[in-house]
Write a protein that binds this ligand. Structure first.
Ligand SMILES: Nc1ncnc2c1ncn2[C@@H]1O[C@H](COP(=O)(O)OP(=O)(O)O)[C@@H](O)[C@H]1O
Ligand SMILES: [Mg+2]
Length: 234
């Protein structure tokens, strides 16, 4: 469970997040909103790259904002980036070990890495260098990195961007299986409303840094102000 209380972020004169209070309980929760709404900034607050001017965050009851980014990873926070961060001259497997080496005792690393590789269906290309993986495989490496160790909260920033419909469907099935398989909650940003509808039982909508609405996805997507602000409808 993610509990956000009164989060405000200021960059000079603008407030990309403005007094945001919301609770997300769903195993797979969605975060949507127009470009510039503050979605990535919120993920940066959660992962420790941006320090809010005020507010607090609890993840499963544990205060997050006082922890360094590395200690957040050790506490089970994982994220993928809008531009993926696969290391090109390391194999898919070694990209996962780079996380395992930081968060697990040596004796537990191999099993955790192989479990994650298998879950994201990359075992067959585990020895292929990052540079030689296609876009989808690189996305799966990113997702696999999120599953190494003992993830508690996984933040995915537009994981399906640029994927084909078939690849997006595979990604959706994988994401939906994460809470049961790994015991982690997932928070996912995506522009594809149908993908959000299919993946997320609960969705939060941001608009200019403010909470527009949060609740069951089907209700949120029917909400009139959401349709007006985000879906371009009246
Ligand atoms: N490091 C930064 N410095 C200044 N402004 C930023 C920075 N990062 C984002 N912003 C601004 O904050 C707002 C929210 O951006 P962002 O969180 O990236 O939105 P989204 O991911 O919803 O498209 C935008 O107006 C953006 O220009
Ligand atoms: Mg963004």
């Amino acid at each position: 469970m993610i509990e956000l209380t009164n989060i405000t972020v200021r960059f000079g004169g603008i407030k990309p997040i403005d007094q945001l209070t919301a609770t997300l309980k769903a195993p797979v929760a969605g975060l949507i909103g127009p470009n510039g709404a503050g979605k990535t900034t919120l993920l940066n607050v959660l992962s420790g790259f941006v320090k809010p001017e005020e507010g607090s965050v609890l993840v499963s009851g544990v205060p997050l904002l006082s922890l360094s980014p590395l200690n957040r990873v050790k506490a089970g926070l994982r994220r993928s980036f809008q531009t993926e961060q696969v290391v090109e001259d390391m194999s898919a497997r070694d990209n996962l070990y780079a996380i395992a080496d930081h968060v697990l005792p040596a004796a537990e690393r191999t099993q955790s890495v192989e479990t994650a590789l298998s879950f994201v269906r990359l075992t067959a290309v585990a020895d292929v260098m990052g540079a030689r993986l296609n876009l989808f495989q690189r996305r799966l490496v990113e997702l696999g990195k999120c599953l190494v160790g003992k993830p508690k909260l996984i933040l995915l920033d537009e994981p399906a961007a640029g994927l084909t419909d078939e690849e997006g469907a595979v990604l959706k099935d994988l994401v939906l299986a994460i809470p049961q398989a790994f015991g982690a909650q997932v928070l996912v940003i995506d522009h594809d409303v149908e993908l959000i509808r299919a993946m997320c039982s609960e969705t939060m909508v941001l608009d200019y840094g403010r909470l527009l609405v949060v609740g069951p996805t089907a209700e949120v997507l029917e909400n009139e102000s959401v349709r007006r602000a985000y879906l371009g409808e009246i």
